[in-house]
Design a protein around this ligand. Structure first.
Ligand code: PEP
Ligand code: MN
Length: 338
């Protein structure tokens, strides 16, 4: 990180950026209230060899040892990142984002009914169009047909829509239709897909891989951020451990760690972690209490009839009570809800 002096001119800053870029180092300019910092992302030895301390306007060059660079809280002047998704504020430590909807778009009627049920409390609507199923013989989602349904649900409720991209071939179709592109747990380390998502420039919900460390998660976020897309939400959705009582083990200590180590908003998915709707509300409340910036939950009118993830989906009829309880916890944790 190159910290400029308060007196550094625009020309001084541009000269440092040009020097870095000339040797293939990625430069990110971060203007602060008093000083501007420039993140130099590349080989640390190579950056050191440039002797930037000697350039006009440079105060100091501070090596950052963390393997994740752009996602690191060190790059953000200690202020968490926030951004708008179609007028809904995400991150920044003030709001709490409640994303809810069906696991999978199955029919128009099913999706619109759930959208209506979650609308009073939700900030965004989720719904899978392309489903990454463990078995190739399981229902794979309606695909492009689902995108049209999600679009209708969006127009009807005004809720921004979140859906997963599983194949770069569908990137443009998703970018045209939905508001947030989800990268699922199984694709967290699909680096080519992450770069495609970075280039789309739409807000992203990046889920933690089933067996990924938090450092790997933040390095995956770097793949998106380095394309110039800064609207990335990180999602803890449970990991594989020796414990089999729950579907995955939710890492709430990891959420607190993420809040310290990244400036990006952190969202918790209690549904996929728990695999059991009875656990979703307590885990969601705990997520709010531990400082998460929001949650993403699955909701169905008739979960028993759902083609995917029925046991973990909340009943739409109970969504109001669920949301009120979780949002009360978010308020106690200092978040503004409404
Ligand atoms: C999902 O949210 O629809 C999903 C498949 O989740 P994950 O990638 O976390 O398994
Ligand atoms: Mn699901």
């Amino acid at each position: 990180m190159v910290v400029m002096t308060p007196q550094a001119s625009e020309a001084d800053i541009s000269a440092v950026v040009a020097r870095l870029e000339a040797v293939g180092v990625h430069a990110k300019v971060m203007p602060g209230e008093l000083t501007t910092a420039i993140g130099a992302i590349g080989d640390p030895e190579g950056v050191r060899a440039l002797a930037l301390e000697g350039m006009a306007g440079v105060d100091q060059v501070i090596p950052i040892s963390r393997p994740y660079k752009l996602a690191s809280s060190e790059l953000s002047h200690d202020s968490p990142t926030s951004f708008d998704v179609d007028g809904r504020r995400v991150g920044g430590g003030e709001t709490f984002t409640l994303i809810a909807g069906p696991c999978t778009v199955e029919t128009r009627e099913q999706t619109l009914a759930i959208a209506d049920a979650v609308k009073p409390y939700a900030s965004m609507l989720r719904g899978g169009a392309f489903k990454p199923r463990t078995s190739p013989f399981s229902f794979q989602g309606l695909g492009l047909e689902a995108l049209a349904i999600l679009r209708e649900a969006r127009d009807r409720t005004g809720l921004p829509v979140v859906t997963e991209l599983t194949d770069s071939a569908h990137a443009d179709a998703l970018a045209e239709t939905v508001d947030v592109i989800q990268v699922g747990a199984r694709n967290m380390q699909n680096y080519a897909l992450l770069e495609v998502v970075g280039k789309l420039g739409k807000p992203v919900l990046l889920k933690r891989g089933l067996s990924s460390t938090l450092e790997e998660l933040l390095m995956a976020a770097d793949y998106i951020l380095k394309e110039g897309n800064e609207r990335v939400m990180i999602c803890e959705r449970g990991i594989r451990t020796f414990e089999t009582a729950t579907r995955f083990t939710i890492d709430l200590g990891g959420v607190a760690w993420l809040k310290l180590h990244t400036h990006l908003p952190v969202i918790v998915d209690p549904s996929h972690a728990a695999g059991d709707r009875r656990l979703v509300e307590p885990v969601a409340r705990a997520a709010a209490a531990v400082g998460a910036d929001g949650i993403i939950v699955e909701v169905a009118e008739d979960p028993d009839a759902a083609l995917c993830d029925g046991p973990q989906q909340l009943y739409a009829s109970g969504f109001d009570a669920f949301a009120a309880s979780v949002l009360a916890h978010a308020e106690m944790a200092g978040r503004r809800v409404g």
